[in-house]
Structure formats: structure tokens, C-alpha cells
Write a protein that binds this ligand. Structure first.
Ligand SMILES: [Zn+2]
Length: 143
């Protein structure tokens, strides 16, 4: 299953030398995530690159992901605009969509922003692992 601008396989990419194959439940979650990303893509109006989506436990360990990361469930992805000069626009768009309740996500994370507050990449987690909470958190992670 693909959406207008995303391929299912975009959400399976990894540079790690491990298998990264989702089961049926994880596939369902990934598809739910794809629809959310397509919604953002439509609002943004420009190409978005998925750096990391679903992670098998081996892949997640290799990249130093959190032990109960939403990536393990297919519920999270890290992304950037294809045109990196539009990072601030994409970041502001995502923040406003969460604040205006247009985007029903558990977490929007601004990862490692520069001095101007522009994130290196964005993370969206649809649901909190285990509890499936949707907390609409907007978080910034710094080093
Ligand atoms: Zn992430």
C-alpha cells in the first residue's frame, strides 16, 4: 500500500545491516502513520524524506533508539524536507497542526535544533507504546 507521495518501503529504510521486516500489526501501524505523513505532505506542498520509520529491535538497538521506542511498533518516523532550507517551515507547520488539533499525534519532537531553534529532523510518534495514549506533546531534544 502506498499513498500519493509515499511508498510503504520509504518507512522501512535503514542503513543498519539487519533485517527490518514488520509483522502484520506493525504494517497496519505503518499504514496509519503513512496517512498522517501524507496529510502533512499535502499541507506542506513539497517533498518530505523519511530518514527512519519502522525499526526492528535489532535495528533500533544499532541506532541507539529508546528501548520502548514508538519506531519499534511502526508508529513513529523521523523526517526532513527534501529542500533542507525549508526545515523551519516544516517544523512550524507541524507545531501549528498539533497545537490546532489538526494533527492527532502522541509526540512531535524537534530533534537537536541549531542555535536558531531549527530542528535537525522531526520525529512524529502516533501513539505511546503499550498504552496507545495520544498526548499531543511537543518536545525539543537537545544534546
Ligand atoms: Zn524518531
Amino acid at each position: 500500500m502506498n499513498t500519493k507521495n509515499f511508498k510503504f518501503t520509504d518507512f522501512l529504510v535503514t542503513k543498519q545491516p539487519h533485517e527490518n521486516v514488520p509483522n502484520d500489526e506493525q504494517k497496519k501501524n505503518i499504514y496509519e502513520l503513512m496517512l498522517v505523513m501524507q496529510y502533512i505532505r499535502d499541507k506542506f506542498g513539497d517533498k518530505i524524506i523519511i530518514n527512519s520509520g519502522f525499526r526492528s529491535s535489532k535495528v533500533n538497538k544499532s541506532v541507539g533508539g529508546a528501548t520502548n521506542s514508538a519506531h519499534l511498533y511502526g508508529y513513529a518516523c523521523d523526517f526532513v524536507p527534501y529542500d533542507i532550507s525549508k526545515m523551519k517551515d516544516l517544523q512550524e507547520l507541524c507545531i501549528s497542526l498539533v497545537k490546532n488539533n489538526e494533527l492527532n499525534v502522541d509526540q512531535l519532537i524537534n530533534e537537536y535544533p541549531n542555535k536558531k531553534g531549527v530542528a535537525s529532523w522531526l520525529h512524529i510518534g502516533l501513539k505511546r507504546p503499550k498504552t496507545n495514549e495520544v498526548r499531543r506533546q511537543i518536545i525539543t531534544i537537545t544534546k
